[in-house]
Design a protein around this ligand. Sequence first.
Ligand code: 4AD
Ligand code: MG
Length: 463
Amino acid sequence: MLHPGDYIKDIFQKPVGAEVTARGWVKTIRHSKGISFIQLNDGSGFTDLQVVVDHQTASEEALKEISTGACISVTGELVESPAQGQAVELKGNSIEVHGLADAATYKLQKKGATMEFLREIAHLRPRSNTFGAVFRVRNAASYAIHKFFQERGFAWVHTPIITASDAEGAGAMFGVTTLDLMNPPKTQEGGIDWAEDFFGKRSFLTVSGQLEGEIFAEAMSNIYTFGPTFRAENSNTPRHLAEFWMVEPEMAFCDLDDDRRVAEEFLKYIITHVMDTRMDDLEFFNKRIDDTVLSTLETVVNSDFGHITYTEAVDILEKANKSWEFPVKWGVDLQSEHERYITEEVFKKPVVVTDYPKEIKAFYMRMNDDGKTVRAMDVLVPRIGEIIGGSQREERHAVLVEKIKAMGLPLEAYWWYLELRKYGSVPHAGFGLGLERMIMYLTGMKNIRDVIPFPRTPGSAEF
Ligand code: 4AD
Ligand code: MG
């Protein structure tokens, strides 16, 4: 049987008098005269089920063995609760202990643990209030992502994790090899002979599924990828991971304006779905993590995103009269402090910035007629900065060849990507949403390490 008891979330929907079996992990247990109170949670929802067991049903000695972290099943009757803040509680008639938890050494004790400490016990933290809520929201957002695209006729394409091409042309890739690093085969010139490696050429973990996504958009019209991506950039910030999940739609017959509209509708859809299905968790975040979470999400759903060009953004930043850590002038990449100023202080809502200088963006973005800027877009949101990066792609073969050369990238590596521009090329566009940045936005969590089950960052790959 899939779940031989009842999920605790469903137990709360049952009428008083119902006979139920609740299963889960003990949050707390306390004993008073003749009776013990257990807070039980199975991860199905935010609210713990209060279980009341009288010492006639189970001996006090047996109950005292049960402590925080133990796994138990309780069968009994749902009764009205005299306690505040809960309508019903479970009057236990029998208890089965699946696994005790040694109270002296169990690391997830009730309160006051820091986020840093909880990261060190990533095998236990999903049982805490905060992380249970984070991972339910993450699940709901992931479901919303599939639902959004499936409802609109997009096909989910599974692009490869191991690849020989650098999709962003930025060189921030993890190598994949089975060569003996102490004694690698050498070429005549003395370098490593990658032809001898597992794949017969140098291979990496993908930074993005976009290029392969484009192949499928030029066959199935509208597609999306959704999977793990990897970046070997050594940025130890609260917004960067070495392994993160990215959603990348790719749309044929689509320009940057369409792309921008899809991105806006998409973000609003995810937020609406999570608000409809996980209000219990969102209320917790609003109360305990960041009291602007709910008002921010409501504002986003009900307002139109702003839109400015990069050139306009630079103009705003130059006139801002602020002492930036990274000085601004036309041509520089926008840093987090600039992005956040624009979205948090100027617009006070999400903003899409488009048409960036070609030098600071990837090789595949479509060149504008000015010869200086490309059809790029970044969606910036308060608290996070960049949450989405996307563009209209260069669909003109000759222009793309020049672009790849100008950026010093190897033409041969992109042979198949270039062929798409020779056979049935079409204007197309897409974007990438970093799932973890979205979860930070939804929950108010301040560090990206706390919205992914097992964070991978420089110097850390435990679990
Ligand atoms: O802006 P990026 O690098 O764009 C791409 O990879 C394109 N191929 C997307 C496309 O057009 N199909 O990354 C997209 C998003 C960013 O806006 C950010 O939300 C997230 O991915 N992201 C990261 N999230 C966590 N850790 C990192 N190191 C990230 N790098 C990018
Ligand atoms: Mg980007």
